[in-house]
Write a protein that binds this ligand. Structure first.
Ligand SMILES: [Fe+2]
Length: 299
């Protein structure tokens, strides 16, 4: 997984945006709640206005959004929490040049409150360096011209869109050229999904899951001790039926990376993990449980 895009993510988007617009409605009115923005400027790297999102919005609306985000991270990634998110506004000249985020969290997110379809600025897309660039010489041929679309993926910051991505991939925000009016800028809430750990919804006991995890660890152990250089997050999702059988096992998110020559080893490891889970029999229970199991590999 390089990135996941979820449109129409939050029912709270309109209310969050309205709060921002109301604060900037009258540029001549100086209320204390306007004096909360930091101009973050690292020369030649980052320029944007930012403020802690959790303090900026009305508590109830923000909390509803935050909980939605947290639960999405638990169910989709197996990440238990979200780092305290920032609200960033990009007006004319603001940008993030390419960089990688380490070690904030295994998955980064950008949630947009930008009026993208009515924007008056150019730029503002989220950029990710393409895999072909990170492994440029492998696919190199002297017959093909290379321009920016072949080097960078660009993701428009559409209103109410959540983008989750592997923050180790060099990424940035294309420089915004346009208005100095904050209400016409690129407006996003952003941060990281953190604390990957197993997550159960249903009657399944943690102890029972620990036994299954031990089997998975045992199954993938030989690959790792043989020196498979793997790094990233592999989140598996499955249900455990009342009969204790595993159903619907699937890869929810996979940011694991390894050099090309180790790809067969990586595939074998994923297969071994799946097989260990699918053959495991949990204790019988009264109802179905939904499980997210994140496996974290570090180098
Ligand atoms: Fe970043």
């Amino acid at each position: 997984m390089r990135l996941l895009v979820v449109d129409s993510f939050a029912a709270e988007a309109r209310a969050l945006r309205s709060h921002f617009d109301a604060r900037f409605a009258d540029p001549r009115r100086a209320t204390t709640d306007r004096f909360v923005w930091d101009l973050w400027h690292v020369p030649e790297q980052y320029t944007a206005l930012r403020t802690p999102a959790w303090e900026y919005f009305p508590k109830e609306t923000y909390e509803a959004f935050h909980q939605r985000l947290v639960w999405w991270g638990r169910r989709t990634l197996g990440c238990h929490d979200v780092s305290p998110p920032w609200l960033s506004c990009y007006v004319n000249g603001c940008e993030q040049r390419l960089h990688g985020d380490l070690p904030h969290g295994p998955v980064a997110f950008v949630f947009s409150l930008t009026n993208w379809n009515k924007r008056t600025f150019r730029g503002g897309e989220t950029l990710l360096v393409r895999d072909e660039v990170l492994d440029f010489w492998r696919g190199f041929t002297s017959t093909r011209a290379v321009e920016e679309p072949e080097l960078l993926d660009e993701v428009p910051a559409r209103f109410n869109r959540l983008v989750a991505f592997d923050p180790r991939i060099p990424h940035g925000v294309r420089r915004v050229d346009g208005s100095m009016d904050p209400t016409e800028g690129r407006l996003v809430i952003h941060g990281w999904f953190v604390q990957p750990r197993p997550f159960i919804e249903g009657p399944l006991k943690e102890r029972a899951l620990e036994l299954a995890i031990a089997r998975v660890t045992e199954a993938i152990g030989p690959s790792l001790s043989a020196g498979l250089p793997l790094a990233g997050l592999l989140s598996l999702g499955f249900d455990v039926g009342p009969d204790g059988r595993v159903r619907g096992l699937r890869v929810l998110a996979d940011t694991t990376r390894t050099p090309e020559e180790h790809q067969p080893g990586r595939r074998a490891l994923v297969k071994a993990a799946r097989k260990a889970l699918e053959s495991h029999v949990f204790p019988k229970s009264r109802a179905v449980s939904h499980v997210t199991l994140p496996l974290v590999f570090e180098r």
